[in-house]
Each structure stands twice: as C-alpha cells, then as structure tokens.
Design a protein around this ligand. Structure first.
Ligand code: OAD
Length: 265
C-alpha cells in the first residue's frame, strides 16, 4: 500500500496563491527592497546589513541633509548608482515579468529606485514600472526641477553638478524623507490599487507611508493580498496568504504553478 504525504501548509498556500493569480484579471504587484536583495542591492532595515543601520537616513536622504553637506549626499548616491548598475535581475524579477505576460492587466509598483525590474523586461506597457519613490538613474535640479543628463565625469566629482537652467544643485530624482510622492505615478498607482482583484506584495517591510496603506486599501476593496517575505511583517500578518521565503525562490515556484493552471484551463 502506498502512503501519500499530506501537503504541507506552505505547499497549500502556494497552490492557493497560484489559483488566485491564475484567475485574476487585474493584478497589482508592490515590491520593496527585498526583491533586489538577491541581486546584491542592500535593503534598508535589516539589523545587520540594512543601509539604515550603517547610515543616517536624515543625513543622506532629506533636503536638510543635502543643504548641510551636498557633496556627502552626492557621493553616497553615486556609490549606490554604481551598485545598482552592477546588479543583475534575479529569478524573482524575471518571474514577475513572466507573470505579467500571463495576466490581462498587471501593474508593477515599486518602492525601489533601481531599474532592475525594467532590465528584467518588466514595464513594457505604456504605464511602465511605477517608481513611487523615484529613480536613482535619473537626475534633476533640486530647485527648478530641470532634467539633467548625468555625464561620466560628474559621477566622480566631489560635489553635485550645477543646473544649466538656474545654476542650483542637481540631485538624483528620488523621493527623500518628508517629500511628496511623484504626482502622476502616485495617481496611477492608487487607481490600480483601487481596481485590482489581487495584490501581490514582495520584499517590503511595510512601514513607510503612504505605500504601507495600499495593501489594506486593496483588501478593503475586495482584493486578495498575497505577501512574499522571508520574515513576518505587518503586511504578512494582514495578508490573506503569506508565502514565507525569498522572492528568488518563491516567485519562480508560484509562476510555475500559475503556468500549469493556465495551461490546463
Ligand atoms: P526594507 O528594508 O524596509 O524592507 C525590506 C524587506 O524585504 C524586509 O521585510 C525583508 O525581510 C525583505 N526581504 C529581505 N530579503 C528578501 C528576499 N530575498 N526576498 C523577499 N523579501 C526579502 O525596504 P522597503 O520596505 O522597500 O524609502 O523600504 C521602504 C522604503 O523605506 C524605501 O523605499 C526607502 C526606505 O526608507 C525611501 O527612500 C523614500
């Protein structure tokens, strides 16, 4: 007689999550630093390796910090840019691109300022990837907002470049603490959150507002919330399904089951 092993709660969650995703017409995926961790880009809040455990966020990512020491902020972002450029998409980024191709409507909202989702092939629709905290690969004047194309020599300068429109300092086009979210991107993201039937959250601690509220808003509108994270966060606790583990392992597994379900329909 063959004894079959009962499915583990984890395998059951994967199957359920895959069913929900395979049947969804509007998916919103919300990613945070954890999705880029396996590409070698440090997260923010890890007690040992997180960026904010080594550096003071107010000094490096705020208007006050930039005014106090623009050179320090510039050199910090140039170093981060180098890390981002050296990083390659991981299996999690790639699985999200493939999942998007299987879904009628898939909006990717990221808190990450890196461009690794795009390099994995995400955001080919007109909307693109919605970078809610801006982009480290783009630059603008801190005062007039005029766009600046970064020159190779400016990367190694001790001070930020000067705006050719108003002669003020140029900065990376990221959102600093205390600053508003980019208007257009924020409106598109909030509309997608309000309309989705599934929200897939990957690699965020869920503590930075207003983005941290969006899984709750989606759930209140009837969406199923799925969270992927190696540790339990406030979002894992409120999610309908929590898939515990790294994105680079969970997302390809999830994708495989979604593909099987789609193929059998
Ligand atoms: P955090 O550093 O706060 O959280 C990263 C999350 O990723 C944690 O919950 C980790 O457990 C999880 N994680 C780590 N490795 C992972 C992996 N391999 N797969 C999946 N998850 C993993 O980063 P964010 O939540 O993105 O804001 O932070 C939000 C915002 O806070 C950032 O956008 C930044 C920061 O201050 C600004 O710069 C405005």
């Amino acid at each position: 007689m063959m004894l079959s092993t009962p499915p583990s709660p984890f395998a059951e969650n994967i199957t359920q999550a895959a069913q929900v995703l395979a049947n969804a017409s509007r998916i919103v995926c919300l990613t945070g630093a954890g999705v880029s961790a396996e590409s070698g880009v440090a997260t923010f809040r890890d007690a040992q390796t997180g960026l904010w455990s080594h550096f003071n966020p107010q000094q490096l990512a705020s208007q006050a910090g930039f005014a106090a020491d623009p050179g320090l902020v510039w050199r910090w972002y140039m170093q981060r840019l180098q890390t981002v450029e050296a990083a390659a998409p991981n299996l999690g980024h790639i699985a999200l691109t493939q999942l998007a191709q299987l879904t009628p409507s898939f909006t990717l909202i990221t808190q990450n300022v890196d461009d690794i989702h795009e390099r994995a092939g995400s955001g080919n629709s007109t909307e693109g990837v919605l970078h809610i905290h801006g982009s480290i690969t783009q630059f603008r004047c801190n005062v007039c907002g005029f766009e600046h194309v970064l020159q190779p020599f400016e990367r190694v300068q001790a001070l930020p470049p000067i705006c050719r429109q108003c002669q003020q300092l140029v900065r990376p086009a990221v959102v600093w603490f205390g600053e508003a979210l980019p208007e257009r991107v924020s409106a598109l993201a909030q509309r997608a959150v309000a309309q989705c039937d599934v929200m897939l959250v990957v690699g965020t601690s869920g503590v930075v507002y207003p983005v941290a509220e969006w899984p709750y808003a989606a759930q209140q509108n009837g969406a199923t919330v799925i969270d992927v994270n190696p540790i339990c966060t406030p979002i894992s606790a409120m999610a309908d399904l929590f898939l515990q583990g790294p994105g680079g392992e969970i997302l390809p597994t999830l994708l495989e089951v979604v593909q099987q379900l789609r193929a059998s329909n």
